[in-house]
Design a protein around this ligand. Sequence first.
Ligand SMILES: [Cu+2]
Length: 492
Amino acid sequence: MTIDRRRLLQAGGIAALSSALPELVQAQSSASPSASPPAAADQTIRIGTGLVELAPDRIISTTTYNGQFPGPLLRFKEGQQVVVDIHNDTDTPEQLHWHGQTVPVDVDGASEEGTPFIPAHGMRRIAFTPGPAGLRFYHTHLTPGADLSSGQYGGQVGTVYIEPKQEPGRYDREVFLMLKEFQPALSRGGDMAMNFLAPATRVKTLEQAGEAAMRASLAKGMPHGFEVGYSLFSINGRMLGHGEPVRVKTGERVLFHIVNGSATEIRSLALPGHRFEVIALDGNPVPTSTQVPVLWLGTAERISAVVEMNRPGVWVMGDLADDDRTRGMGIVIEYAGQTGKPKWTRPAPFKWDYTRFGKPGAERQAPDETIEMTFTKNNAANHGFNEWRINDVAFSMDRMAPMFHLRQGKRYRLRMSNASDDIHPVHLHRHSFELTRIAGKATAGIIKDVVMLGGYQQVEVGFVADNPGLTLFHCHQQLHMDFGFMALFGYV
Ligand SMILES: [Cu+2]
């Protein structure tokens, strides 16, 4: 989705979206224009079945927001309350989660925390104050388990951009990109890239424990647990070569807002001959904006990065994985006056290190309490699916007592230890956290709501308990989350 910055400023936020959102704008203008209090919501979202044309011969039927994929781009203003009507035209109760926002429990969109469901063929009206500013997103928050036609395997994902009170605006244009796969299928064993994280430091004891558990399971004759793979890949709902190219001019600074809307996959992105100046991670400005040749995004991570267009041509911006890119995970970048077949060249190997965007040499604030969390995999233990445990407990909706207790206003450190070889993009609801240590390396100043924890590695994050109510913590890899990798924080 491309929005011309100048046009947006001239037309004003909502009006500029009218081409993308004809139904919504129509609905608003037909509802009592000057009545007060206003009867119409600021935004209306309809959950229902729709067709997504990934390519002319690849049209899929899935659950969408407002009949489109991705869902409409919602632009909010930091601190300015919005009313949102969410209609559910499906036969299944739904949850709409405002990922990355510090909202109350009844709005957040997670039944585990107590958010009411949007009833089947019913609706909910919610009101909340958007924040913090920056790139957020919204998505369904069901636990589909083995049902790959449900939840975030479908098309219920959309971008939120919360305009800050002051926008530095060192760019000419912004382009929103939603990365998403379709047509999932179960497989035994995956082919996910695993060795791109830096530092690569592993914790020996975690590795020994994880490897021993895996060996014992296989020795008992267990197969490897199920993974999910996909056959169709898209950016902004179009397979590579089948959408409008991003049209640019030489010398332009284009700000890409990228959302990994995948249910399960980690994605990479490169644009041959160009560099990404990363200015924000998960929507929050980074202390050290740095140029990198490749971006990596765990499930639900977001990156905002400026690319200076200084290499005229027609290029493929796409995933490093050849299989995924050739099946759609890419978008064409076309310079004015340039023609020809889009070119792709593989970038030199590059490691993704969060700490390069951090504050060098910064003091870390001491926590009031450190919470230890260890993540373990019980191979193929739940009907062939891997069961995941936090401190030896697999989450169950039958037993929803909070595992961790917080005191309002206190500062916490989460020390997370991964006793499995999988990468876990772990997510904390309704709070942002600061990265304080990545695989043994101290850092500060990077504020996120998802962080990738590498195989047999340790990551530490800090946060302040400043948003009372049940708070969900989980791995954002859908299979991990659905099969145990969740826990609740309770406030006392
Ligand atoms: Cu996980």
